[in-house]
Design a protein around this ligand. Structure first.
Ligand code: SF4
Length: 452
Protein backbone atom coordinates (compact mmCIF):
# COMPACT_ATOMS: atom_id res chain seq x y z
CA UNK A 1 0.00 0.00 0.00
CA UNK A 2 1.29 3.43 -0.81
CA UNK A 3 2.10 5.53 2.23
CA UNK A 4 0.77 8.66 0.59
CA UNK A 5 -1.23 10.85 2.91
CA UNK A 6 -3.91 13.08 1.37
CA UNK A 7 -2.35 16.46 0.65
CA UNK A 8 -3.38 19.24 2.95
CA UNK A 9 -6.92 20.22 2.13
CA UNK A 10 -7.17 23.38 0.04
CA UNK A 11 -8.24 26.47 1.91
CA UNK A 12 -11.97 26.53 2.40
CA UNK A 13 -11.98 30.15 1.33
CA UNK A 14 -12.96 30.69 -2.27
CA UNK A 15 -11.93 33.75 -4.25
CA UNK A 16 -14.29 36.42 -5.40
CA UNK A 17 -14.13 37.29 -9.08
CA UNK A 18 -15.82 40.73 -8.95
CA UNK A 19 -13.19 43.46 -8.51
CA UNK A 20 -13.28 44.84 -4.95
CA UNK A 21 -14.94 48.25 -5.00
CA UNK A 22 -14.30 51.22 -2.71
CA UNK A 23 -16.56 54.22 -2.28
CA UNK A 24 -14.71 57.46 -1.58
CA UNK A 25 -15.96 60.63 0.10
CA UNK A 26 -13.48 63.50 0.33
CA UNK A 27 -14.04 66.66 2.37
CA UNK A 28 -11.78 69.55 3.30
CA UNK A 29 -9.02 71.69 1.83
CA UNK A 30 -6.67 71.16 -1.16
CA UNK A 31 -4.20 69.30 1.12
CA UNK A 32 -6.93 66.81 1.94
CA UNK A 33 -7.67 66.56 -1.78
CA UNK A 34 -4.04 65.64 -2.49
CA UNK A 35 -4.18 62.97 0.25
CA UNK A 36 -7.32 61.62 -1.41
CA UNK A 37 -5.55 61.54 -4.78
CA UNK A 38 -2.68 59.51 -3.31
CA UNK A 39 -5.06 56.98 -1.78
CA UNK A 40 -7.16 56.72 -4.95
CA UNK A 41 -4.01 56.24 -7.04
CA UNK A 42 -2.87 53.39 -4.77
CA UNK A 43 -6.33 51.81 -4.83
CA UNK A 44 -6.56 51.88 -8.63
CA UNK A 45 -2.97 50.62 -9.03
CA UNK A 46 -3.91 47.58 -6.94
CA UNK A 47 -7.00 46.84 -9.03
CA UNK A 48 -9.72 48.31 -6.80
CA UNK A 49 -12.71 49.86 -8.56
CA UNK A 50 -13.91 53.23 -7.29
CA UNK A 51 -17.67 53.61 -6.86
CA UNK A 52 -19.72 56.80 -7.01
CA UNK A 53 -22.47 55.28 -4.89
CA UNK A 54 -22.58 53.78 -1.43
CA UNK A 55 -24.63 50.83 -2.62
CA UNK A 56 -22.11 49.79 -5.29
CA UNK A 57 -19.17 49.81 -2.86
CA UNK A 58 -17.79 46.97 -0.70
CA UNK A 59 -16.57 49.58 1.76
CA UNK A 60 -16.29 53.37 1.97
CA UNK A 61 -13.31 55.59 2.80
CA UNK A 62 -14.26 58.99 4.26
CA UNK A 63 -11.50 61.60 4.08
CA UNK A 64 -12.43 64.14 6.78
CA UNK A 65 -11.74 67.75 7.72
CA UNK A 66 -11.36 68.97 11.31
CA UNK A 67 -10.49 72.64 10.79
CA UNK A 68 -13.48 74.39 12.38
CA UNK A 69 -16.54 73.18 14.29
CA UNK A 70 -18.71 73.26 11.18
CA UNK A 71 -16.18 71.10 9.31
CA UNK A 72 -16.06 68.64 12.22
CA UNK A 73 -19.86 68.38 12.21
CA UNK A 74 -19.95 67.92 8.43
CA UNK A 75 -17.30 65.18 8.63
CA UNK A 76 -19.12 63.35 11.43
CA UNK A 77 -22.35 63.56 9.42
CA UNK A 78 -20.60 62.16 6.34
CA UNK A 79 -19.26 59.23 8.38
CA UNK A 80 -22.74 58.59 9.84
CA UNK A 81 -24.29 58.65 6.36
CA UNK A 82 -21.69 56.22 4.98
CA UNK A 83 -22.27 53.87 7.93
CA UNK A 84 -26.03 54.00 7.45
CA UNK A 85 -25.88 53.49 3.67
CA UNK A 86 -23.00 51.02 3.43
CA UNK A 87 -21.95 49.82 6.90
CA UNK A 88 -18.20 49.36 6.31
CA UNK A 89 -16.32 52.63 6.77
CA UNK A 90 -12.65 53.60 7.09
CA UNK A 91 -11.99 57.16 8.26
CA UNK A 92 -8.89 59.17 7.36
CA UNK A 93 -7.90 62.86 7.33
CA UNK A 94 -7.59 65.65 9.89
CA UNK A 95 -10.54 64.63 12.08
CA UNK A 96 -8.83 61.29 12.67
CA UNK A 97 -5.98 63.17 14.35
CA UNK A 98 -8.36 64.87 16.81
CA UNK A 99 -8.32 62.34 19.63
CA UNK A 100 -11.16 59.84 19.96
CA UNK A 101 -13.97 61.99 18.59
CA UNK A 102 -14.61 59.74 15.58
CA UNK A 103 -14.74 56.49 17.56
CA UNK A 104 -16.81 58.06 20.35
CA UNK A 105 -19.41 59.31 17.87
CA UNK A 106 -19.30 56.33 15.49
CA UNK A 107 -17.92 53.26 17.31
CA UNK A 108 -18.69 51.02 14.31
CA UNK A 109 -16.05 52.49 11.98
CA UNK A 110 -13.50 49.86 10.93
CA UNK A 111 -10.35 52.01 11.23
CA UNK A 112 -9.35 55.63 11.84
CA UNK A 113 -6.14 57.27 10.61
CA UNK A 114 -4.86 60.84 10.62
CA UNK A 115 -4.06 62.96 7.54
CA UNK A 116 -1.35 62.04 5.03
CA UNK A 117 -1.64 58.34 5.90
CA UNK A 118 -2.06 56.56 2.56
CA UNK A 119 -0.07 53.54 3.77
CA UNK A 120 -2.23 53.07 6.89
CA UNK A 121 -5.41 53.51 4.86
CA UNK A 122 -4.22 50.87 2.39
CA UNK A 123 -3.42 48.48 5.25
CA UNK A 124 -6.92 48.99 6.64
CA UNK A 125 -8.46 48.45 3.19
CA UNK A 126 -6.37 45.27 2.70
CA UNK A 127 -7.49 43.96 6.09
CA UNK A 128 -11.20 44.37 5.30
CA UNK A 129 -11.24 44.06 1.52
CA UNK A 130 -8.25 42.15 0.13
CA UNK A 131 -7.18 43.07 -3.43
CA UNK A 132 -8.13 40.62 -6.16
CA UNK A 133 -5.28 38.99 -8.02
CA UNK A 134 -5.78 38.96 -11.80
CA UNK A 135 -3.37 36.52 -13.50
CA UNK A 136 -4.01 38.18 -16.90
CA UNK A 137 -3.07 41.68 -15.81
CA UNK A 138 -0.79 41.47 -12.77
CA UNK A 139 2.93 41.45 -13.54
CA UNK A 140 3.80 39.09 -10.67
CA UNK A 141 2.03 36.02 -9.28
CA UNK A 142 -0.28 36.49 -6.30
CA UNK A 143 2.26 34.98 -3.88
CA UNK A 144 5.06 37.25 -5.22
CA UNK A 145 8.48 36.13 -6.51
CA UNK A 146 9.93 33.40 -4.30
CA UNK A 147 13.35 31.83 -4.14
CA UNK A 148 12.27 28.73 -2.17
CA UNK A 149 10.83 25.56 -3.79
CA UNK A 150 7.12 25.68 -4.51
CA UNK A 151 6.13 23.52 -1.54
CA UNK A 152 7.57 25.62 1.30
CA UNK A 153 7.94 29.34 1.98
CA UNK A 154 9.22 31.73 4.61
CA UNK A 155 6.68 34.01 6.24
CA UNK A 156 8.27 37.06 7.86
CA UNK A 157 6.10 38.43 10.65
CA UNK A 158 8.20 41.34 11.95
CA UNK A 159 11.37 43.29 11.37
CA UNK A 160 13.95 44.56 13.86
CA UNK A 161 14.49 43.69 17.51
CA UNK A 162 14.03 45.33 20.92
CA UNK A 163 16.88 43.37 22.55
CA UNK A 164 20.44 44.58 22.67
CA UNK A 165 22.47 41.36 22.83
CA UNK A 166 26.06 42.49 23.16
CA UNK A 167 27.36 40.31 20.30
CA UNK A 168 24.75 41.44 17.78
CA UNK A 169 24.42 44.52 15.58
CA UNK A 170 21.05 43.66 14.06
CA UNK A 171 19.12 46.29 16.08
CA UNK A 172 21.62 48.92 14.85
CA UNK A 173 21.11 47.77 11.26
CA UNK A 174 17.38 47.06 11.27
CA UNK A 175 16.04 49.08 14.19
CA UNK A 176 13.56 48.20 16.91
CA UNK A 177 10.80 45.63 16.52
CA UNK A 178 8.11 46.49 13.96
CA UNK A 179 5.37 43.86 13.73
CA UNK A 180 3.61 43.44 10.38
CA UNK A 181 -0.18 43.85 10.45
CA UNK A 182 -1.70 40.49 11.31
CA UNK A 183 -4.31 40.66 8.52
CA UNK A 184 -1.59 41.32 5.94
CA UNK A 185 0.42 38.30 7.16
CA UNK A 186 -2.67 36.08 6.96
CA UNK A 187 -3.45 37.26 3.44
CA UNK A 188 0.11 36.50 2.36
CA UNK A 189 -0.07 33.06 4.01
CA UNK A 190 -3.35 32.29 2.23
CA UNK A 191 -1.89 33.35 -1.14
CA UNK A 192 1.12 31.09 -0.52
CA UNK A 193 -1.11 28.13 0.33
CA UNK A 194 -3.22 28.76 -2.78
CA UNK A 195 -0.01 28.69 -4.85
CA UNK A 196 0.88 25.18 -3.58
CA UNK A 197 2.89 25.84 -0.43
CA UNK A 198 2.61 22.97 2.09
CA UNK A 199 4.85 24.35 4.80
CA UNK A 200 5.04 27.89 6.19
CA UNK A 201 8.25 28.80 8.01
CA UNK A 202 7.51 31.67 10.39
CA UNK A 203 10.57 33.91 10.75
CA UNK A 204 11.57 37.24 12.30
CA UNK A 205 14.37 38.45 14.57
CA UNK A 206 12.34 37.66 17.69
CA UNK A 207 9.18 35.69 16.93
CA UNK A 208 7.92 35.51 20.52
CA UNK A 209 7.84 39.32 20.73
CA UNK A 210 5.38 39.62 17.84
CA UNK A 211 2.87 42.38 18.56
CA UNK A 212 4.65 43.90 21.59
CA UNK A 213 5.39 47.11 19.67
CA UNK A 214 1.71 47.65 18.78
CA UNK A 215 0.44 46.54 22.20
CA UNK A 216 -1.16 43.46 20.62
CA UNK A 217 -3.66 45.70 18.80
CA UNK A 218 -6.64 44.09 17.15
CA UNK A 219 -6.33 43.67 13.40
CA UNK A 220 -8.73 42.00 10.98
CA UNK A 221 -8.63 38.92 8.80
CA UNK A 222 -11.58 38.25 6.52
CA UNK A 223 -13.68 40.65 8.55
CA UNK A 224 -12.89 38.82 11.80
CA UNK A 225 -11.03 40.58 14.61
CA UNK A 226 -7.61 39.04 15.20
CA UNK A 227 -5.06 40.20 17.76
CA UNK A 228 -1.51 41.04 16.72
CA UNK A 229 -0.15 38.35 19.03
CA UNK A 230 1.83 35.19 18.32
CA UNK A 231 -0.74 32.83 19.83
CA UNK A 232 -3.61 34.33 17.79
CA UNK A 233 -1.52 34.39 14.62
CA UNK A 234 -0.46 30.74 15.07
CA UNK A 235 -4.04 29.69 15.73
CA UNK A 236 -5.20 31.42 12.53
CA UNK A 237 -2.30 29.95 10.52
CA UNK A 238 -3.29 26.54 11.90
CA UNK A 239 -6.63 26.92 10.07
CA UNK A 240 -4.86 26.86 6.69
CA UNK A 241 -4.21 23.09 6.96
CA UNK A 242 -0.50 23.21 6.13
CA UNK A 243 2.60 22.70 8.25
CA UNK A 244 3.44 25.78 10.32
CA UNK A 245 6.99 25.85 11.73
CA UNK A 246 8.23 28.46 14.21
CA UNK A 247 11.75 29.86 14.08
CA UNK A 248 13.63 32.27 16.40
CA UNK A 249 11.34 31.75 19.35
CA UNK A 250 12.78 32.98 22.67
CA UNK A 251 11.81 31.03 25.77
CA UNK A 252 9.51 33.71 27.21
CA UNK A 253 6.52 32.61 29.30
CA UNK A 254 4.09 33.40 26.46
CA UNK A 255 5.65 30.57 24.43
CA UNK A 256 4.02 28.11 26.86
CA UNK A 257 0.65 29.09 25.35
CA UNK A 258 1.74 27.73 21.97
CA UNK A 259 2.29 24.19 23.21
CA UNK A 260 -1.42 23.24 23.23
CA UNK A 261 -1.61 24.37 19.57
CA UNK A 262 1.24 21.93 18.87
CA UNK A 263 -0.49 19.16 20.81
CA UNK A 264 -3.62 19.75 18.69
CA UNK A 265 -1.60 19.56 15.45
CA UNK A 266 -2.26 23.20 14.47
CA UNK A 267 1.43 24.07 14.61
CA UNK A 268 4.36 21.66 14.15
CA UNK A 269 5.85 20.32 17.41
CA UNK A 270 9.08 22.16 16.69
CA UNK A 271 10.77 25.13 18.33
CA UNK A 272 13.85 26.86 17.04
CA UNK A 273 14.98 28.71 20.19
CA UNK A 274 18.46 30.24 20.23
CA UNK A 275 19.73 29.86 23.83
CA UNK A 276 23.32 31.02 23.02
CA UNK A 277 24.88 29.88 26.32
CA UNK A 278 24.18 28.26 29.70
CA UNK A 279 26.51 30.05 32.12
CA UNK A 280 24.59 32.80 33.92
CA UNK A 281 27.66 35.07 33.96
CA UNK A 282 28.17 34.72 30.20
CA UNK A 283 24.43 35.14 29.51
CA UNK A 284 24.55 38.36 31.54
CA UNK A 285 27.55 39.60 29.57
CA UNK A 286 25.68 38.69 26.39
CA UNK A 287 22.71 40.71 27.74
CA UNK A 288 20.42 37.75 27.21
CA UNK A 289 17.25 37.66 29.30
CA UNK A 290 17.07 33.96 30.25
CA UNK A 291 18.91 31.84 32.83
CA UNK A 292 19.91 28.21 32.16
CA UNK A 293 17.90 26.78 35.10
CA UNK A 294 14.73 28.52 33.95
CA UNK A 295 15.30 27.29 30.40
CA UNK A 296 15.70 23.69 31.61
CA UNK A 297 12.49 23.97 33.66
CA UNK A 298 10.69 25.39 30.68
CA UNK A 299 11.92 22.66 28.32
CA UNK A 300 10.77 19.98 30.80
CA UNK A 301 7.34 21.62 31.03
CA UNK A 302 7.05 21.90 27.22
CA UNK A 303 7.87 18.20 26.84
CA UNK A 304 5.19 17.28 29.33
CA UNK A 305 2.59 18.92 27.08
CA UNK A 306 4.15 17.78 23.78
CA UNK A 307 6.37 14.72 24.33
CA UNK A 308 7.44 14.70 20.65
CA UNK A 309 8.55 18.33 20.65
CA UNK A 310 11.74 18.81 18.60
CA UNK A 311 13.94 21.62 19.91
CA UNK A 312 16.69 23.25 17.86
CA UNK A 313 19.04 25.78 19.35
CA UNK A 314 22.22 27.69 18.60
CA UNK A 315 25.15 28.55 20.87
CA UNK A 316 28.20 30.78 20.79
CA UNK A 317 31.53 29.37 21.96
CA UNK A 318 34.55 31.41 23.05
CA UNK A 319 32.62 34.54 24.06
CA UNK A 320 35.04 37.13 25.57
CA UNK A 321 36.08 35.97 29.04
CA UNK A 322 34.52 32.48 28.76
CA UNK A 323 36.48 30.17 31.06
CA UNK A 324 36.96 26.44 30.55
CA UNK A 325 34.62 25.86 33.51
CA UNK A 326 31.92 28.05 31.96
CA UNK A 327 32.28 26.21 28.67
CA UNK A 328 31.86 22.93 30.56
CA UNK A 329 28.66 24.33 32.10
CA UNK A 330 27.40 24.63 28.55
CA UNK A 331 28.26 20.97 27.82
CA UNK A 332 26.46 19.92 31.03
CA UNK A 333 23.45 21.96 29.95
CA UNK A 334 23.37 20.05 26.63
CA UNK A 335 23.38 16.74 28.52
CA UNK A 336 20.48 17.90 30.61
CA UNK A 337 18.45 19.63 27.89
CA UNK A 338 18.68 16.75 25.38
CA UNK A 339 18.10 19.06 22.43
CA UNK A 340 17.33 17.50 19.08
CA UNK A 341 19.35 19.84 16.89
CA UNK A 342 22.18 22.17 17.78
CA UNK A 343 24.16 24.70 15.78
CA UNK A 344 27.25 26.42 17.18
CA UNK A 345 29.25 29.45 16.14
CA UNK A 346 32.72 30.41 17.35
CA UNK A 347 32.42 33.98 18.70
CA UNK A 348 33.03 36.45 15.93
CA UNK A 349 33.91 40.04 16.85
CA UNK A 350 31.51 41.75 14.45
CA UNK A 351 32.45 45.39 13.94
CA UNK A 352 30.27 47.64 16.11
CA UNK A 353 29.21 44.92 18.61
CA UNK A 354 29.42 45.99 22.26
CA UNK A 355 30.94 42.61 23.28
CA UNK A 356 34.16 43.52 21.50
CA UNK A 357 34.93 45.94 24.35
CA UNK A 358 34.73 43.20 27.00
CA UNK A 359 37.97 42.00 28.59
CA UNK A 360 39.31 38.49 28.07
CA UNK A 361 39.00 38.10 24.27
CA UNK A 362 39.95 34.51 23.39
CA UNK A 363 42.23 33.49 20.52
CA UNK A 364 40.49 32.23 17.42
CA UNK A 365 41.90 28.68 17.89
CA UNK A 366 40.28 28.42 21.34
CA UNK A 367 36.90 29.74 20.11
CA UNK A 368 36.96 27.28 17.20
CA UNK A 369 38.26 24.32 19.25
CA UNK A 370 35.39 24.79 21.74
CA UNK A 371 32.90 24.98 18.90
CA UNK A 372 34.13 21.65 17.55
CA UNK A 373 34.09 20.08 21.02
CA UNK A 374 30.52 21.26 21.55
CA UNK A 375 29.38 19.83 18.21
CA UNK A 376 31.06 16.47 18.95
CA UNK A 377 29.46 16.41 22.38
CA UNK A 378 26.03 17.03 20.87
CA UNK A 379 26.48 14.37 18.18
CA UNK A 380 25.91 11.53 20.66
CA UNK A 381 22.81 13.24 22.04
CA UNK A 382 21.35 13.87 18.57
CA UNK A 383 22.11 10.30 17.47
CA UNK A 384 20.41 8.82 20.54
CA UNK A 385 17.35 10.96 19.94
CA UNK A 386 17.19 9.79 16.32
CA UNK A 387 17.73 6.13 17.31
CA UNK A 388 14.66 6.36 19.53
CA UNK A 389 12.61 6.95 16.36
CA UNK A 390 13.60 3.66 14.67
CA UNK A 391 10.51 1.50 14.15
CA UNK A 392 8.12 4.43 14.50
CA UNK A 393 5.69 5.62 11.85
CA UNK A 394 5.98 9.34 11.03
CA UNK A 395 4.58 11.79 8.47
CA UNK A 396 7.11 13.44 6.19
CA UNK A 397 7.02 16.06 3.44
CA UNK A 398 8.84 15.13 0.22
CA UNK A 399 11.53 17.58 -0.94
CA UNK A 400 13.17 15.70 -3.79
CA UNK A 401 12.71 12.48 -5.80
CA UNK A 402 15.04 10.50 -8.07
CA UNK A 403 15.50 6.87 -9.15
CA UNK A 404 17.17 6.03 -5.83
CA UNK A 405 14.18 7.11 -3.76
CA UNK A 406 12.86 10.27 -2.17
CA UNK A 407 14.35 12.78 0.22
CA UNK A 408 11.89 14.20 2.73
CA UNK A 409 11.69 15.94 6.08
CA UNK A 410 9.74 15.17 9.23
CA UNK A 411 8.14 17.66 11.60
CA UNK A 412 11.50 17.73 13.42
CA UNK A 413 13.45 18.93 10.37
CA UNK A 414 13.43 22.48 9.03
CA UNK A 415 14.72 22.86 5.47
CA UNK A 416 18.41 23.70 4.98
CA UNK A 417 19.38 23.53 8.68
CA UNK A 418 18.16 20.18 10.10
CA UNK A 419 18.33 16.56 8.99
CA UNK A 420 16.62 14.62 6.20
CA UNK A 421 14.56 11.47 5.88
CA UNK A 422 15.74 9.19 3.05
CA UNK A 423 12.87 7.05 1.73
CA UNK A 424 14.57 4.17 -0.03
CA UNK A 425 11.42 2.97 -1.84
CA UNK A 426 10.02 6.45 -2.50
CA UNK A 427 10.96 6.80 -6.17
CA UNK A 428 7.34 7.16 -7.35
CA UNK A 429 6.50 9.94 -4.91
CA UNK A 430 6.20 13.58 -5.90
CA UNK A 431 7.77 16.69 -4.45
CA UNK A 432 5.32 18.28 -2.02
CA UNK A 433 3.62 14.96 -1.08
CA UNK A 434 2.87 14.27 2.57
CA UNK A 435 3.58 10.56 3.17
CA UNK A 436 3.54 8.17 6.09
CA UNK A 437 6.82 6.24 6.52
CA UNK A 438 8.34 3.76 8.98
CA UNK A 439 11.81 4.68 10.25
CA UNK A 440 14.29 1.84 9.67
CA UNK A 441 17.67 3.36 10.56
CA UNK A 442 19.56 6.58 11.34
CA UNK A 443 22.97 8.19 11.39
CA UNK A 444 24.14 11.30 13.23
CA UNK A 445 21.77 13.70 11.47
CA UNK A 446 19.41 11.81 9.15
CA UNK A 447 16.77 9.09 9.22
CA UNK A 448 16.23 6.23 6.76
CA UNK A 449 12.71 5.00 6.16
CA UNK A 450 10.34 2.93 4.04
CA UNK A 451 6.80 3.77 2.97
CA UNK A 452 4.41 2.68 5.68
S1 SF4 B 1 20.74 38.28 18.80
FE1 SF4 B 1 18.61 38.31 18.22
S2 SF4 B 1 17.54 38.94 20.09
FE2 SF4 B 1 19.68 39.54 20.33
S3 SF4 B 1 19.78 41.66 19.55
FE3 SF4 B 1 20.36 40.29 17.87
S4 SF4 B 1 18.43 40.01 16.77
FE4 SF4 B 1 17.88 40.77 18.81
Amino acid sequence: MSGRVPAAAPSKRTKKTKPPTVGFVSLGCPKATVDAEHILTRLRAEGYEISGTYAGADLVVVNTCGFIDAAVAESLDAIGEALAENGKVIVTGCLGAKGDIVRETHPKVLAVTGPHAAQEVMEAVHAHLPPLHDPFVDLVPEQGIRLTPQHYAYLKISEGCNHRCSFCIIPALRGDLVSRPVGEIMQEAEALVRSGVKELLVISQDTSAYGVDVKYRTGFWEGRPLKTRLYDLCKALGELDVWVRLHYVYPYPNVDDLLPLMAEGKVLPYLDAPFQHASSRILKLMKRPASAEKVLERIAAWRQVVPDLAIRSTFITGFPGETEAEFNELLDFLDEAQLDRVGAFAYSPVEGAAANELPGALPEEVREERRMRLMQHQEDISTQRLEAKIGRSITVLVDDVDEEGAIARSSADAPEIDGLVYITDGDDLEVGDFVQVTVTDCDVHDLYAKLA
